[in-house]
Design a protein around this ligand. Structure first.
Ligand SMILES: Cc1cc2nc3c(=O)[nH]c(=O)nc-3n(C[C@H](O)[C@H](O)[C@H](O)COP(=O)(O)OP(=O)(O)OC[C@H]3O[C@@H](n4cnc5c(N)ncnc54)[C@H](O)[C@@H]3O)c2cc1C
Length: 426
């Protein structure tokens, strides 16, 4: 598939960065018959603590791309998330979710045999962009040309400034995630697929704890609103089990007895956005464009929406000469992209405020929310007692899981059993 003006260049598209955004885009464009060069200093993604879970909307997009099945060998799957608070389950949500290490996700996509994708192991050191041909200089000295460059280089590439882009910090140290494995008591096993468990008091500065399966391991992600330098964090890393029992004292009421069986990994998140787009010849996707608060679970929504929207734009763009900023504005102005990016920012602020904001407004919010959860917990307990109701075929399909945003639509969620569980169930 040769497009207008593509014959004299190294490739139609160069993607800088083979994280989840770059690797997914390369796979999708390769499938569409495009010529792509994917550049990253690592030939395979090294172990790294980032997103470890695929949520409903993400599963749908990966299925649409024909890529979901490549994750199956390394993932765990569950169909139900139980939401807990104060030692009790208050809601059960039907889902299709998968747990998988970030590196396993990326490496499943970046198989060298992918059609149309040529891989270069190097860092991109410089991009000279124009409205026609882009020049990309690699660390080994090689120079590549393409009609379009996609910057998928995550939180840091050092390339933004030379492109006339500015990283606007929205909130430094917005949140932190602690990741570790837990196991049931010897001889016991956990009888749940996934749990999202909320703290009773804002003084813990805990957003929530999520437990889910990665293959045969029960993984824990604790989302907290503290800086990496907070002594609390150090204490947690040194003695996670004692800290969990202290700050989520009734957790074992919903999980059964547990032990922490791995070291604690941590990852911090600043909230920022790259200003100065669109630029001629270069598009930014994923964390290179805008970061996320991991507790929202929207990082992968953002990446996969970017890939979906951009892959549709690319076919159109390559059909006509030029790659000017006005053309590339189509991507940034796409309503679906705009909505996904703004939802991610809105929820980042909401999750933080709902967890820790001491103002009267948020104290009232928490009071009402916790009252509601206690009420729901009583109903859930009755439901569980009325033998087998939940499994008698009365639950609808999972597709409405994304329909209601319980954060924004406080009382309009038609069926709260189908809400995305990690959105605070307001
Ligand atoms: C601890 C943690 C937990 C998270 N949990 C969740 C979650 O539960 N759900 C969710 O949806 N999101 C979560 N996120 C967010 C999500 O992981 C990120 O949004 C996502 O990984 C970003 O992917 P990316 O491809 O844009 O960037 P990255 O994964 O950072 O990839 C960038 C790539 O670019 C390469 N690169 C950088 N500079 C250059 C250069 N100059 N030349 C060539 N290559 C370069 C790097 O080597 C890297 O491979 C979490 C994030 C963190 C930190």
């Amino acid at each position: 598939m040769e497009s207008v003006g593509s014959s004299g260049v190294s490739s139609e598209i160069i993607i800088v960065g083979a994280g989840l955004a770059g690797s997914t885009l390369a796979a999708v464009l390769g499938q569409q018959g495009r010529r792509v060069i994917l550049v990253d200093p690592h030939s395979t993604c090294p172990p790294v603590f980032k997103a470890e879970k695929l949520d409903v909307d993400q599963v749908e997009l990966l299925r649409k791309f024909g890529l979901l099945e490549s994750f199956f060998p390394n993932s765990g799957r569950w169909n139900e998330v139980q939401m807990g608070y104060d030692g009790r389950i208050f809601r059960t949500v039907q889902v299709e979710q998968y747990g998988i290490n970030y590196a396993d996700m990326v490496n499943a996509l970046y198989a060298p045999e992918r059609p149309g994708v040529d891989f270069r192991r190097a860092s991109v050191e410089h991009i000279a962009n124009t409205g026609h041909i882009q020049h990309v200089k690699l660390s080994g000295g090689e120079e590549l040309t393409a009609r379009l460059v996609v910057l998928a280089s995550g939180i840091s590439s050092g390339l933004e400034a030379s492109l006339g882009l500015r990283r606007r910090m929205i909130q430094r140290d917005q949140s932190l995630v602690l990741g570790f494995d837990i196991a049931a008591s010897p001889g016991q096993s956990f009888n749940f697929g996934s749990i999202a468990y909320y703290s009773v008091t804002p003084s813990t500065r805990i957003g929530y704890l999520t437990l889910f399966k990665i293959r045969n391991t029960m993984r824990a992600n604790l989302f907290i609103f503290r800086t990496a330098y907070d002594p609390w964090v150090r204490e947690f890393i040194l003695d996670p089990e004692r800290m969990l029992r202290r700050y989520l004292p009734k957790l074992s009421g919903v999980t059964g007895e547990y032990r922490v069986v791995s070291k604690v990994e941590s990852g911090r998140a600043d909230l920022y956005r790259a200003d100065g787009n669109p630029q001629p010849g270069v598009v930014l996707i994923g964390d290179a464009f805008q970061s996320v608060c991991p507790s929202t679970g929207l990082g992968l929504d953002k990446i996969l929406t970017d890939v979906d929207v951009l892959s549709a734009c690319v076919s159109r763009w390559l059909e006509t000469p030029g790659m000017g900023a006005d053309k590339l504005a189509d991507f940034y102005n796409d309503p679906r992209k705009l909505a996904t990016d703004s939802r991610a920012l809105q929820r980042a602020h909401h999750h933080r405020s709902a967890a820790i904001d001491p103002s009267l407004r948020w104290r009232i919010h928490r009071f009402l929310l916790h009252f509601k959860w206690r009420f729901e917990a009583a109903v859930e307990s009755l439901r569980r007692r009325s033998d087998g109701f939940a499994r008698s075929g009365k639950l609808d399909s999972i597709s409405s899981a994304k329909a209601a945003d319980p954060i924004i639509c406080v009382s309009t969620a038609k069926n709260p059993r189908h809400s995305r569980p990690e959105n605070r169930a307001t």
